[in-house]
Design a protein around this ligand. Structure first.
Ligand SMILES: CC(=O)N[C@H]1[C@@H](OP(=O)(O)OP(=O)(O)OC[C@H]2O[C@@H](n3ccc(=O)[nH]c3=O)[C@H](O)[C@@H]2O)O[C@H](CO)[C@@H](O)[C@@H]1O[C@H](C)C(=O)N[C@@H](C)C(=O)N[C@@H](CCC(=O)O)C(=O)O
Ligand SMILES: Nc1ncnc2c1ncn2[C@@H]1O[C@H](COP(=O)(O)OP(=O)(O)OP(=O)(O)O)[C@@H](O)[C@H]1O
Length: 466
């Protein structure tokens, strides 16, 4: 009998045991273990099975690409389990990877676990090393095109960003399916509201992880967008479509600036690293180079700031009664807000502030069910967003300069300037700021750094920035 028990600091190795895909059911099985402990099995269920047989059966090249995407997913999704003990050794039991793949994974693990490491006081920089196999086992080499059909699998998260992308693609007549991972009813309601075809992918974490958490596992944020991206790449190949589209804005590339306890020096820790440009470039290029040359992974909103996205969202009220950006809706375990917006978390604070310059006040207050800018209890939350006596919160919120510019604009508007948080900003914080850095217009100008296919970027024109 295996008497193994989870003892975080005694664990020597994290193992990628094996992965498999059953074309009859559409279930991908991702198996991991610590040392010789029990297998930790995560499952991903892609609707649309059976996949490999019948008239619509996949050709050999696509089946091979599915296997490559599956391994990539296995390797990336392992981050949820690896983090529980962060042992010094990583082993891959059933296949080999080359140096290119190991480098991608080390980037994802080290940066994607940046907040986790910072909060737990761990240094992962020299600790995370993926083993590189001999060339013959690692199957290196460039990948050919698979003849995938032109169709966008668009990730939908229930918040404003993906809805802006979906509507922009709709206006351009781009064929799309809206896809999400997990059982969120809120995302389902938004997806249904689009009126477009939908794909809801199931994901079940290994239940032992929650038990390990109770037994003192290291815990903290993981790069969930990297995991979702790898899942959608697998789904895109199974469904034979050529684009996986996310809605990550340029502001996501900027982290929180942390001042060292002794006051000397700073560090940047990005909660949303896997929503950032560095991840998108590394992952998107790897997929085209190593999985399928005609599978394009990109974010449609990469050129835009959070404020520019908020301005686009405000143009239509189609989703007002359905969407929410509050992450408290998305817990696997635990409580969710009763009315879609908890009203006290950094995302609620930020989204309220970002929409305020672009929406009539009654509409915004109607969406949230309250006015967050007229509530004394929210002052500390807004100070952090403004980077005033605090750092930007570890959440998916815009840059400090965006929050300052939005608040400065509200301070000039009759409908907002009497509200408690705005009035206090104008009195106490504004006089300390450089007014030249508070203009909102420069923050609404799109950037050039993005991976949007050139023909689509051209067709988009100024659509996202007018
Ligand atoms: C919903 C949420 O914000 N969860 C974060 C929270 O987790 P918590 O313990 O309060 O509850 P659960 O989410 O129910 O998770 C239970 C445990 O399961 C583990 N886990 C969960 C998902 C996963 O993919 N891997 C896992 O290992 C974990 O041990 C949980 O304790 O706090 C956690 C610790 O800080 C966060 O890691 C949870 O964040 C989720 C992974 C999550 O889905 N968060 C997104 C809402 C989120 O932050 N999205 C960002 C994208 C950032 C990025 O890509 O890096 C966004 O909104 O832009
Ligand atoms: N459960 C999910 N399944 C698939 N994609 C998701 C899921 N949750 C979030 N995403 C995608 O991840 C990216 C980041 O999520 P994020 O929460 O920032 O976006 P959002 O929900 O569209 O908007 P908001 O910033 O207002 O919350 C988006 O492209 C979003 O569509």
């Amino acid at each position: 009998m295996n008497k193994w028990s989870f003892q975080r600091d005694a664990i020597e190795a994290f193992r990628f045991v094996r992965c498999g895909f059953d074309p009859e059911t559409g279930i991908a099985t991702l198996v991991y273990a610590f040392d010789d402990g029990p297998e930790l099995v995560e499952t991903i269920t892609v609707p649309g099975a059976p996949f490999f047989n019948g008239d619509a059966g996949l050709d050999a090249a696509r089946v091979a690409a599915v296997e490559r995407a599956l391994r990539l997913l296995h390797l990336i999704a392992g981050v949820s389990y690896y983090k529980a003990a962060v042992p010094g050794e990583i082993r891959i039991d059933s296949y080999g990877i080359d140096a290119d793949t190991a480098a991608l994974l080390e980037t994802i693990y080290v940066n994607g676990l940046g907040e986790f490491a910072y909060r737990n006081g761990l240094n992962l920089h020299d600790r995370i090393k993926f083993p590189v196999a001999r060339v013959s086992e690692a199957h290196p080499g460039e990948r050919a095109s698979l003849g995938l059909r032109q169709h966008a699998l668009v990730a939908i998260g229930g918040g404003k960003d993906s809805l802006v992308s979906i509507e922009a693609l709709r206006e351009l007549g781009v064929e799309q399916t809206v896809a999400w991972i997990g059982g969120s009813q809120l995302i389902r309601a938004c997806a249904n509201r689009t009126g477009l075809p939908t794909l809801n992918i199931g994901r079940a974490l290994a239940p032992e992880l929650f038990e390990y958490n109770r037994q003192g596992a290291w815990n903290g944020h993981i790069p969930v967008t990297a995991v979702n991206s790898a899942i959608l790449v697998l789904a895109a190949l199974l469904h034979g479509v050529d684009q996986v589209v996310f809605s990550n804005e340029r502001s996501a590339s900027y982290g929180s600036i942390i001042i060292a306890p002794d006051g000397r020096g700073t560090d940047e820790v990005n909660h949303q690293w896997s929503k950032g440009w560095a991840f998108e470039q590394a992952f998107g290029e790897y997929v085209e180079r190593r999985v399928a040359a005609d599978l394009h992974y990109y974010s449609l909103l990469r050129p835009l700031s959070e404020l520019a996205v908020a301005r686009q969202f405000a143009r239509s009220d189609r989703y007002d009664a359905h969407f929410s950006s509050c992450n408290r809706n998305f817990h696997i375990l635990g409580e969710r807000p009763a009315n879609r917006w908890c009203g006290v978390c950094p995302k609620c604070h930020f989204v309220f502030l970002a929409l305020a310059p672009f929406m009539p006040k009654p509409r915004l207050v109607g969406i949230f069910g309250r006015n967050l800018l007229d509530d004394e209890d929210q002052i500390a939350g807004y100070d952090a967003l403004l980077e005033y006596r605090d750092h930007k919160p570890f959440e998916c919120v815009g840059e400090g300069r965006e929050s300052r510019a939005a608040m400065a604009l509200l301070a000039t508007r009759a409908e907002w300037r009497g509200d408690l948080v705005v009035e206090r900003f104008a009195r106490e914080i504004l006089p300390q700021l450089d007014r030249d850095e508070l203009a909102i217009d420069p923050l609404l100008v799109p950037d050039d750094g993005h991976r949007i296919p050139p023909a689509l970027r051209e067709r988009l024109g100024a659509r996202l920035s007018d």
